[in-house]
Design a protein around this ligand. Structure first.
Ligand code: KG4
Ligand code: ZN
Length: 365
């Protein structure tokens, strides 16, 4: 089947067309129009601007996606359904995408499949070319596809600008949230601390780039940041204290030191490491407790090179074998291809009952 998907939950306007048949995925187009340049001067997402940009961009992004997929831009395209993110995310931004999907669905007389953004970040792991994706009943041991029987139960770590969640996944569509952040998300912590240090938005890539510049291998950082909730008994996270610790340290330094390259690079290395330490420790602890067969990552923060490297390294040092799945970087950050593949797994939820499709900013898996 061919699915056209729309994603506008945050600050990227995304449209993709996927063809999925017999557990094979073909990405016909995957267009992401980033608003980062616009939000840069505010150091974070400015919701009114995000809504305006989604409204302005959706039509040209749709035309580009249809063109790239070699589908008609003027008549009803040859697709079977329209998929759209209904949550979680910024409510007014979600409505822009949902209303656009309703208009297309009405115009082309096609059903809509509503999609959960967090689940989509997990299923983005099945987007790379030439892999056999799990069957829709993939929690069964005979389900086939990508060695599925060796994957579940899995522990999923979804880390983005708005979310940090540890999820027990028993199969496609079978999730239980084990823990989540009590305040800021990990990506939000990257974004806010980057702003304190005078770096660009989005903060994750900016901090990672500065951290990588630090040459000294055995450097001795002047500040040791906290690893919040590292040893708490639950699987919750908290990152707002980390941000405050960075702010206090930055403010107590003389202006010249706080603006120096060395200080910024050291601080970035320590912020990144504090976040990585907590994420890896808690994920592996959950994997051991739930006897997981795999660890599955997703969300913008999982594009982080050091996080990926250190996860891989740590998994080689523990005494039992865990499969490790992380999407290629382009599928970690927001995109509509992940919305389309998730819709495929929930195609029985397709509907033309448009008034029943509503957004939910706090939607859970
Ligand atoms: O999943 P995503 O694109 O959007 C949301 O659903 O929020 O994630 C965006 C977040 C931002 O906070 C951004 O700073 C972070 O992902 N991010 C990174 C990296 N690339 C993006 N964080 C750390 N390292 C990166 N390389
Ligand atoms: Zn996201």
């Amino acid at each position: 089947m061919k699915i056209l998907a729309i994603e506008t939950s945050c600050d990227d306007t995304c449209v993709a067309v996927l063809e999925i048949n017999k557990q094979k995925v073909k990405i016909l187009s995957n267009i992401v129009s980033s608003q980062a340049e616009i939000h840069k001067k505010y150091g974070g997402i400015y919701p009114t601007m995000a809504i305006r940009e989604h409204q302005k961009n959706l039509e040209p992004v749709l035309k580009k996606a249809l063109g790239k997929a070699k589908l008609s831009k003027f008549r009803k395209p040859n697709i079977d359904a329209v998929a759209v993110t209904i949550g979680p995310g910024l409510e007014p931004c979600l409505w822009v995408g949902v209303n656009f999907a309703k208009e297309l669905s009405c115009l082309w007389d096609l059903p809509i499949i509503p999609v959960n953004h967090i689940e989509a970040h997990i299923l983005a792991n099945w987007l790379p070319p030439d892999i056999k994706i799990p069957a829709r009943n993939a929690s069964r041991s005979d389900a086939g596809g990508q060695n599925t029987k060796y994957l579940f139960p899995a522990i999923c770590l979804v880390v983005s600008g708005g979310h940090t969640q540890l999820i027990l996944m028993k199969g496609i569509g079978k999730y239980k949230i084990l823990g989540e952040t009590r305040d800021d998300a990990a990506g939000e912590c990257f974004d806010k601390t980057a702003r304190i240090l005078g770096l660009d938005y989005p903060g994750g890539p900016a901090i990672s780039a500065e951290a990588a510049k630090l040459q000294t291998i055995n450097y001795k950082l002047q500040t040791k940041l906290p690893r919040p909730m590292l040893h708490s008994k639950d699987y919750d996270f908290s990152f707002s204290g980390l941000k405050t610790a960075v702010l206090y340290d930055f403010k107590k330094r003389p202006e010249k030191t706080a603006r120096s390259k060395k200080y910024i690079q050291e601080m970035c290395r320590e912020i990144q490491q504090a976040i990585i330490d907590v994420l890896i420790f808690k994920t592996i602890k959950a994997a051991k407790q739930y006897k997981a067969k795999s660890i599955i990552l997703g969300g913008g923060v999982t594009a982080n090179k050091e996080l990926r490297r250190q996860f891989n390294h740590k998994l080689q040092t523990i005494n039992y074998k865990l499969k490790f799945l992380v999407p290629p970087k382009i599928f970690c950050t927001d995109n509509a291809a992940m919305i389309a593949i998730t819709a495929y797994y929930h195609k029985n939820q397709k509907t033309k009952n448009w008034k029943n499709i509503k957004v939910n900013a706090n939607l859970k898996v």
